[in-house]
Design a protein around this ligand. Structure first.
Ligand SMILES: NC(=O)c1ccc[n+]([C@@H]2O[C@H](COP(=O)([O-])OP(=O)(O)OC[C@H]3O[C@@H](n4cnc5c(N)ncnc54)[C@H](OP(=O)(O)O)[C@@H]3O)[C@@H](O)[C@H]2O)c1
Length: 270
């Protein structure tokens, strides 16, 4: 299988590293990126062939992975309009819908839209995916195989739910970082060193996530189990609820989904 990346930045770097670990051969991966430093890094690190522009590449790839910034996408696709044949095109660009991608590719139909997240950079991402009807089960399985090299995948049937995926897992790492920051801040106020606060906060978030993932119980039950009546956890949760922390998080997710939809409309209007 010949796989071509358009854009060799952070996400492409993570994906290529993951794919090589899962057994894909470096000889089957090509990258187009105009930045010489980016090409040199990928060549030196992974041994993949890199090109400055589409015109330098000869073969039609089986899969094209679109990993340029959303505002660069239309220009990046222009040289490929009549060159993609039956290639499966997978876009990880935020906000650009399947109809817009198809329009920018002269009606190309074999398209998958993916919303990854930054933990993919350490192989612990989750990608929300949706596809056009022209993408069959084999092409979905191939998409899973490629993206699961950097984490999990989850398919949504209706493309509008990609805005929800963006709000939960796409932007989600930032909410978790905010929570870790707050824990670290509290740790210092309570007399611990910054390093002690960092260690405790990170291990707690990782451990609680691992426990929730390993447990058959819901997170609500797990929360209740550590909350004894009149105890320390109950004292904390009472204050957090009084300050409407859960409502703030839920309202924030709604704002992210609304902004995702709005940005999609703006990008698709070009
Ligand atoms: N990073 C994330 O957390 C994240 C999460 C979800 C989705 N995504 C999506 O993933 C995509 C890639 O993100 P990233 O963080 O990897 O971006 P990035 O590091 O900026 O990488 C994009 C690369 O593509 C290059 N490029 C620009 N025009 C090109 C063209 N015409 N042909 C080929 N390459 C071109 C850019 O060069 P220049 O530097 O010269 O522009 C840059 O090297 C984005 O669309 C983003 O929405 C990212």
């Amino acid at each position: 299988m010949k796989l071509l990346f358009l854009g060799g930045g952070n996400m492409a770097y993570a994906l290529i590293g993951g794919l090589l670990k899962t057994g894909l051969s470096a000889g089957d991966i090509h990258v187009v990126d105009p930045v010489a430093e980016v090409r040199l890094r990928l060549q030196a690190q992974f041994g993949v062939a890199c090109f400055a522009c589409a015109e330098e590449t000869a073969e039609t790839p089986d899969v094209v992975l679109l990993a340029v910034k959303p505002q660069q996408m239309q220009g990046a696709l222009a040289p490929w309009r009549s060159r993609l044949g039956d290639s499966l095109v997978i876009s990880i660009a935020a906000g650009i819908d399947l109809a817009t991608l198809s329009r920018w590719l002269d009606g190309h139909q074999r398209l998958v839209r993916v919303m990854p997240n930054t933990p993919a950079l350490v192989g612990a991402g989750i990608s929300g995916c949706c596809a056009t009807p022209a993408v069959d089960a084999a092409a979905r399985a191939l998409t899973d195989r490629l993206l699961q090299s950097v984490g999990a995948t989850l398919w949504v049937a209706d493309e509008k739910h990609i805005d929800a995926v963006t709000a939960i897992s796409g932007s989600g790492p930032a909410y978790v970082f905010l929570f870790i920051e707050a824990l670290q801040h509290a740790a210092q106020e309570l007399g611990l060193t910054p390093e002690q606060g960092r260690q405790l906060a990170l291990a707690t978030v990782q451990g609680a996530g691992a426990l929730a993932a390993a447990s058959d119980e819901s997170v609500s039950v797990l929360r209740e189990r550590v909350t004894s009546k009149g105890g320390t956890t109950a004292a904390a949760l009472e204050v957090m609820r009084a300050r409407e922390v859960p409502q703030g998080i839920i309202a924030g997710c709604h704002a992210a989904a609304a902004r995702s939809e709005e940005l999609g409309r703006l990008l698709g209007a070009v």
